[in-house]
Write a protein that binds this ligand. Sequence first.
Ligand code: GLR
Ligand code: MG
Length: 424
Amino acid sequence: MTDTTTIADIRITPVAFADPPLLNSVGVHEPYALRSVVEVETSGGVVGLGESYGSSIHVSRLKMAAESLRGLDVQNPYALRQAVARALTDDRTSGGDGMAGMVTASSTLDRVYSPFEVAALDIQGQQYGVPVSTLLGGLARDEVSFTGYLFYKWAGHPGAEPDRWGEALDAAGILAQAETMVEEYGFTALKLKGGVLAPEAEAEAVGALADRFPGMPIRLDPNAVWSVETAVRVGRRLEGKLEYLEDPSPGLDGMADVRQRVPMPLATNMAVVAFDQLPESVRRGSVDVILSDPHFWGGLGQTKLLAGVAQTFGMGLSMHSNSHLGISMAAMLHAAGATPNIDYACDTHWPWKDPEDDVVAGSPFSFDAGAVAVPTSPGLGVSLDRDKLRRLHEQYLASGMTERDDTGYMRRFDPAFDPSLGRW
Ligand SMILES: O=C([O-])C(=O)C[C@H](O)[C@@H](O)C(=O)[O-]
Ligand SMILES: [Mg+2]
């Protein structure tokens, strides 16, 4: 072990950034999205960055894990993971998965370890003078394509001015949103977040998108609020219009039933979200495409591991996102850039974020034809802007928020709102 790669300090800062009222199956996004920024500093003074969820339970787990990492060597992520696992042994808390109740079965260890592994790779890259993608095996592509991620939404948060996107509560609203996204970012694939309106209305919106953007891959994701019968009916109606249908129904059984009876591939970031669910999903034939996501699959190394499993069993690989900042964007770019079989356009919530609301210095990402170049400078290729970090932390403190609670926020305006799976 060399002294200069020993972890001397770790700083974890919860932050909040403005988020529009995006509707989903469990409610509506609150005025702020929460994230945590992880800084790992070596005794040699090199700082590596990671980003993760911002709920208080998750942040306290990150702090618990950080205690166990001081004195370890960033060049041995395996030892870091073991230390995080030991640190979490006595953790009896639940929740903190950052997904508003939509992904509850992912591994706590994977979620907590992920930002530390990303930060360790960032430091290694800086020390060796290579981008993180090189440490992951080298670039399979120079740029990563993303989907234009469409949401039903209110015009603005209740009591506030309408935001720049305006209201989208029907097919016409979604079409207008898609036009803007494609015009501004050049997206060549679209995803509609469903599970909000009646399934037939969402199918109508997909039909309108397919007519307006002929040949463009389109996905629909109702986050498992459809029964198997509904999923089969809507899936058949959408034959020829969807690249894949994402999480139409709950569970490995529900997905397997639907998969046998609809014409398009099924994708998931709900039924299969951890390695221990893979054998059963393969046995039952539940899904065609898995949405990787370094934040809950355990980091960048484990994303490559997942890619190997997916390839072995003939499954496709895409990438999931939550509302995120620039450190996550860099991590996602390196992961997708260095993983040949993440060959579907990846999800990102990027367009929903105010460009000023970030913690990274400058504006390192630009979209060209819906794609972003993988950073080529050493490490992750992004650096922290301390003034921006301070501002977003102050915003976190002022927001009074400690958890993501889409359902609670929705129930302030619609007390009878029902978020249950399979309800349509
Ligand atoms: O693909 C997905 O299921 C998601 O992106 C989950 C997210 O939480 C999304 O629904 C959101 O941001 O509301
Ligand atoms: Mg999904």
